[in-house]
Write a protein that binds this ligand. Structure first.
Ligand SMILES: [Zn+2]
Ligand SMILES: [Zn+2]
Length: 349
């Protein structure tokens, strides 16, 4: 048994997205039915809908930045009630028993976390994401959205927010620390807001100075153009932490040169081609080159609470269902400040 809900789907790799209907399962005892209000458009939605990340499941309903309200709960759900404001991010299930699940890092589940869309659940059913009016999710993978944050500006926190919050926390962004954020896009603008709220001194490293005013408004104290070669001399040895949000080739050695001794550069962007670096760029200064993948559910809740305390949401452009394909073109062209959010009331309307 299942119920029918309206959704926006890519029928095949690279095909324009179109409106359709999908089935959502009937509630199991630990399930939550969510009326989705807003769904953010993440760059990874576009890669997957276009089949750029290898094998994928079509039709695909993307969307892993989901915010809405609880419409119904299963008989065993105690943490959520009808009407609660909730969000769902990049995963909807994991084994719950392995060492990583037990350590609240479900994203590294040894059986594989179940992705919110373009995934297969432990029941063998394909998963469909947030470009939809309703979704059914196991309670353990639902987060509460505090009252202080609008659902529209909260939606992107579920991916862009946690993807940047987690490495900033892990690598000690805070008072007395100098943090550089590479790239001022969907991820970068969240990284600037969060690092500044954590008390770090934030510098944006962007290709040009085009978004300098935005960067300062978001919380950066300095802003440099990486197209200007002198930037890498001026800032040599400056940063404790560099968070690279760019999904493109960058001269890694040049960036590692901007770190203090013992500093770390953490990648959350994922370029299609391998990055290369000289080992001495790390050895000569005990530096670290690292990566980070979203965050666990407990940390995602911590991030949402932190955002509510500090009045942080995503900067968004709200669009209707009819605008999704245009929005994809604009995201691919880096023409959005800083996240598109689909008003799901316009789906199936
Ligand atoms: Zn994402
Ligand atoms: Zn597990």
């Amino acid at each position: 048994m299942s119920t029918t809900t309206h959704a926006i789907a890519a029928p095949g790799p690279g095909a324009p997205l179109e409106q359709t209907t999908i089935q959502r399962r009937d509630l199991r005892p630990d399930d939550v039915l969510i009326d989705i209000a807003y769904a953010g458009i993440c760059h990874s939605d576009i890669h997957q809908a276009r089949g750029e990340w290898g094998e994928a499941i079509f039709p695909m309903v993307p969307g892993h930045e989901i915010a809405g309200t609880v419409a119904a709960v299963g008989s065993a759900v105690t943490d959520y009630r009808v009407g609660d404001r909730v969000g769902v991010g990049c995963m909807v299930d994991s084994c719950g028993e392995c060492e990583y699940c037990r350590a609240d890092t479900e994203q590294f589940c040894v059986k594989g976390n179940v992705q919110t869309y373009n995934g297969v659940g432990f029941d063998g059913e394909n998963t469909y994401g947030g470009y939809s009016k309703q979704v059914v999710v196991r309670d353990a993978f639902v987060c509460g959205i505090p009252d202080g944050i609008g659902l529209d500006v909260a939606a992107p926190l579920l991916c862009a927010g946690i993807t940047t919050y987690s490495p900033l926390r892990q690598w000690g962004a805070g008072p007395g620390k100098k943090v550089a954020v590479v790239g001022l896009g969907g991820l970068g603008h969240m990284a600037v807001k969060l690092a500044a709220a954590m008390g770090a001194e934030v510098t944006v490293l962007s290709q040009s100075l085009k978004k300098q005013e935005d960067g300062k408004r978001l919380g950066a104290t300095e802003y440099y153009a990486t197209a200007d070669e002198t930037t890498f001399d001026v800032l040599r040895g400056r940063f404790d932490l560099i968070l690279n949000t760019v999904s493109a080739q960058i001269p890694v050695d040049a960036y590692l040169g901007l770190l203090r001794v013992g500093g770390a550069m953490v990648n959350v962007g994922a370029p299609g081609e391998p990055l290369s670096y000289n080992a001495f760029s790390l050895i000569a200064g005990n530096k670290a080159l690292a990566g980070s993948m979203i965050g666990g559910i407990a940390e995602t809740q911590e991030m949402l609470n932190f955002c509510a305390e500090h009045g942080i949401g995503s900067d968004i452009e709200t669009i209707s269902a009819a605008d999704v394909n245009t929005a994809y073109e604009r995201v691919a062209a880096s023409d959005v400040r800083y996240r598109f959010v689909i008003d799901t009331a316009t789906i199936g309307a």
